[in-house]
Design a protein. Structure first.
Ligand code: 6PG
Length: 476
């Protein structure tokens, strides 16, 4: 037994993680259901470090130093359970099984319970950054026991991305906490992408600019507060020309966005927790709308628009308005996502440090961005901050852009450009800051038709009005 870490499941993510471990000097046990993939990893990249290739699961497990550390990188769901079931009988007390796939966190909680009962550590770990991140340094979000992190953590930190020398990996919290945080990361990723897409659409329809011109605007934005991986690749994608047609690449791609499910999980969980993550929800529904072919066909050319042409006289001012609206909406999406993390952490007793999550998202992951530093700083100022938007930095950063945000959303509504994420984020902003909400009327209606009771602003207690009687008020 000589290997310090093992990887089973050598499709591109597993393969790249294994290479990343090897490049950092670890002896890596490798295994795959079909041996050809294992062999090809050794053939193609054997010179990058030390690999111990095994054909059988038994040999794979036997090649690992104890406590064994095994990273599973297979499809979420059934395939992950199958690999766990195969491994577990071969493991010994204290061994650590890491699921690095995009598992749904309730599955992780279930698996962690089952393995803990057998004296094993099960670490559900979020890994973000795609293929390139897995090879060159991902952002890693491991859950499980703190004890497992003592021996596993240093290895994961070694292969993770670094920002200012700080690893983009930290212990997240017990059982499903790591996969939960990765799920919210993906939800935020959906919101970020939708907001960028809306900004692009506004510039396209508002200015009549070409994809390449808008790509240049995004490239400019990437030098300021918005600097991030997603803005950077957007600039690149928009400037890409399709070889077959000579058109802008974005113009030949079918406009139906797909998803593998993590955004949907995020929204489902938020509904259960009662946390309004409207930005992420709108982003997820926007993908669904784009893919609703029969509905779009029924509506296209049928539903009247009744809009006026968008005549923008000051192009630069409009571009700056869109930039400010994008930044403000983005802050709302993150603020909501961090609220969701706080609520789940509370419900599950995970004790998640939100500032640390922003810190490990600064590099390696898909939502990596300059402004995550600001989030970490906000939670350093107040670890129990009830609302990220209410932190002093964000209050003024968003405050500076509110007027622009309103102009953009109003313009989009007047000119028929769909901006579900921009608009709902502004509505959230106005809702959460409102002195008084029409929720009072909803409570009154509920009491009217169902005697659901209400509370009063002027005294304690719960009340019911006899609506169909003499309309006197009773203590409920
Ligand atoms: C990451 C990504 C990744 C995710 C893809 C696709 O952090 O590296 O979040 O895990 O699977 O982005 O997601 P959808 O297919 O749902 O868009």
């Amino acid at each position: 037994a000589s290997a310090q870490i093992g990887v089973t499941g050598l499709a591109v993510m597993g393969r790249n993680l294994a290479r990343n471990f090897a490049r950092h000097g670890y002896t890596v046990a490798i295994h795959n259901r079909t041996f050809a993939k294992t062999q090809s990893l050794v053939d193609d990249h054997g010179d990058e470090g030390t690999f111990v290739a095994s054909e059988s699961v038994e040999d794979f497990v036997a090649s690992l130093e104890r406590p064994r550390k095994i990273v599973i990188m297979v499809k979420a769901g059934g395939p992950t359970d199958a690999v766990i079931d195969e491994l577990v009988p071969l493991l010994e007390e204290g061994d650590i099984v890491v699921d690095a796939g995009n598992a749904h966190f309730p599955d992780t909680i279930r698996r962690e319970n089952a393995l803990r009962a057998r004296g094993l550590h099960f670490v559900g770990s979020g890994v973000s950054g795609g293929e390139e991140g897995a090879l060159l340094g991902p952002s890693i979000m491991p859950g499980g026991t703190r004890e497992s992190y003592e021996s596993l953590g240093p290895i994961l930190e070694a292969i993770s991305a670094k920002v200012d020398g700080v690893p983009c990996c930290t212990y997240v919290g017990p059982d499903g906490a790591g996969h939960f945080v990765k799920m919210v990361h993906n939800g935020i990723e959906y919101a970020d992408m939708q907001l960028i897409a809306e900004a692009y659409d506004l510039l396209r329809q508002g200015l009549g600019a070409s994809a390449a011109e808008i790509g240049q605007i995004f490239a400019d934005w990437n030098t300021g507060d918005l600097e991030s991986f997603l803005i950077e690749i957007t600039a690149d994608v928009l400037q890409h020309v399709d070889a077959a047609t000579g058109s802008a690449f974005v113009d030949v791609v079918l406009d139906q966005a797909e998803q593998k499910g993590t955004g949907r999980w995020t929204v489902q969980n938020a509904l259960d927790l009662g946390v309004p993550i409207t930005g992420i929800a709108e982003a997820t529904f926007a993908r669904a709308l784009s893919g609703g072919v029969p509905q779009r066909e029924a509506a296209r050319g049928t539903l009247p628009a009744d809009t006026t042409p968008w005549d923008i006289s000051d192009r630069d001012a409009f571009i700056e308005d869109v930039r400010l609206a994008l930044y403000a909406s983005k802050v709302v999406a993150y603020s909501q996502g961090f609220d969701q993390i706080a609520a789940a952490s509370e419900q599950n007793g995970w004790d998640i440090d939100r500032g640390a999550m922003a810190r490990i998202w600064r590099g390696g992951c898909i939502i990596r961005a300059r402004f995550l530093n600001r989030i970490t700083e906000a939670y350093e100022r107040d670890a129990n901050l009830p609302l990220l938007l209410a932190d002093e930095y964000f209050t003024s950063a968003v405050g500076n852009g509110v007027a622009a945000w309103r102009r953009v959303v109003a313009g989009a509504a007047l000119h028929g450009v769909p901006t579900p994420a921009f608009s709902s984020s502004l509505a959230y902003y106005d809702g959460v800051r409102a002195e008084r909400l029409p929720a009072a009327l909803i409570q009154a209606q509920r009491d009217f038709f169902g005697a659901h009771t209400y509370r009063r602003t002027d005294r304690e207690g719960t009340f019911h009005t006899l609506w169909s009687g003499d309309r006197s008020e009773q203590d409920a």
